[in-house]
Design a protein around this ligand. Structure first.
Ligand SMILES: [Mn+2]
Length: 263
């Protein structure tokens, strides 16, 4: 299976400290296609789709780390998905199920936790965490360049697929997200929320990994209030971003996923 890794990065330092250290990239087994200076995630990712030909495209944040054997395990998970849904559109290591449960597992440095229910079979989702999104090129999807910024495109692409009768899945594919702590009070996040709320008015509510997009939009204010109240507590959970990703994979027990891909 032909797999391309795509990354939109604005920081060589973050890229070199994380994604670029993934064994399959460092050792040259998989090409890394970089996009820089895009005005939005959608613009960057559509450019990358145009510039690559692989049948499976992995869109990864520059602050992720894909442990040894990750690509072999991805292939196995995609085979499991294809066995039940040959027309699958999307896959990811972390998503929100149709029942609103969070599906993983992934490590997140911003909260110092392994998060996500571990499904025994690939499970349909309504959104992805944007840390990693896997697309089957033949599904014919494109990211929506009318949406602003760098948030919620993992929810939009899934909703686009579903509105065309296609499906998105999450399944057990351990991945490191060495993300820094940040609150969700910023204006660019609000802009993305409001754009999604207007675009998918007839499909709401939709649950992203961090917020419920509702018709009323009241969840935006509820989350902002909760963020405000719990900010210090949540900030204290963060382990920072200075840990080597190999060490984070090691403490999770994910240094080598090769055996998981075979059993
Ligand atoms: Mn990230």
């Amino acid at each position: 299976m032909d797999i391309a890794i795509v990354c939109a990065s604005h920081s060589d330092a973050v890229l070199e400290a994380n994604l670029r250290r993934s064994p399959m990239i460092r050792e040259g087994a998989r090409p890394l296609h970089l996009e820089r200076d895009a005005t939005s995630a959608a613009v960057a990712y559509n450019r990358a789709l145009q510039a690559t030909t692989a049948e499976v495209v992995v869109f990864a944040h520059h602050d992720t780390y894909l442990p040894r054997g990750w690509d072999a395990l991805l292939k196995r998970r995609l085979a499991e998905v294809a066995a039940v849904d040959p027309d699958w559109a999307l896959f990811g290591p972390f998503g929100v199920g149709l029942d609103a449960s969070h599906i993983g597992p992934v490590w997140s440095s911003s909260i110092g936790l392994i998060v996500g229910r571990v499904p025994t079979a690939p499970t349909r989702v309504q959104s992805f965490d944007e840390m990693v999104i896997v697309m089957r090129r033949a599904a014919g999807l494109r990211f929506d360049e009318t949406l602003p910024g760098w948030h919620m495109y993992g929810t939009d692409i899934v909703t686009q697929a579903r509105s065309r009768g296609l499906h998105a899945y999450a399944g057990a594919l351990p991945t490191i997200h060495n993300d820094r702590y940040h609150d969700h009070l910023r204006q660019d996040f609000v802009d993305c929320y409001q754009a999604m709320r207007a675009k998918w008015r007839d499909q709401l509510p939709l649950r992203t990994p961090i917020i419920k997009i509702s018709r009323s939009g009241l969840h935006l204010y509820k989350n902002r209030w909760q963020d405000y109240r719990s900010e210090r507590f949540r900030a204290n959970m963060s382990v920072g971003i200075a840990h080597a990703p190999e060490h984070l994979a090691s403490i999770c027990g994910w240094s080598d996923l090769t055996a998981s891909a075979k059993d």
